[in-house]
Design a protein. Structure first.
Length: 147
């Protein structure tokens, strides 16, 4: 008997309907609000990029900080819920097939650096999609027993 292991990385985006039963407001609203704030910040500072969400935490004591700390907290809470639901779903679907399912990492994509640049086509829409905390990148190790 031998054990074959496979390392995979997958991106998981939960549907709005799945999240709606757990949240008081849509995750999309959080993403759109953060995108508007980030776009305004990038234009005013003449930056050639949009910052990651965590950047706005550094401006908490700054009078020019346009981000309400509760908005970032909401994004973090939604991200936590999305991570939990994604893990549960993957575990439930893959456990009957593989002898073990191990999660190596779970990262919320909304908190990574956006790949969208100011002045690019559909920048605000793409930025809002990026900042919406409904997607995670999951790294898994799957083990299968063979005879």
């Amino acid at each position: 008997m031998r054990f074959d292991k496979v390392l995979i990385t997958i991106d998981v985006r939960l549907k709005a309907q799945q999240l709606q039963q757990y949240l008081p407001c849509s995750a999309t609203i959080i993403g759109r609000t953060l995108a508007g704030i980030a776009d305004e910040y990038a234009r005013e500072s003449k930056a050639g990029y949009y910052p990651a969400i965590d950047f706005f935490k550094t401006l908490v004591n700054d009078d020019k900080n346009p981000v309400d700390p509760d908005l970032i907290t909401s994004a973090e809470q939604v991200a936590w819920l999305v991570s939990k639901l994604a893990r549960e779903t993957i575990q439930k679907q893959l456990r009957p097939i593989f002898s073990s399912v191990q999660f190596r990492s779970v990262q919320t994509l909304a908190f990574s650096m956006p790949k969208v640049r100011p002045n690019s086509k559909d920048a605000i829409e793409r930025l809002a999609e990026h900042y919406t905390p409904d997607a995670v990148k999951i790294e898994l190790v799957l083990t299968m027993m063979r005879r």
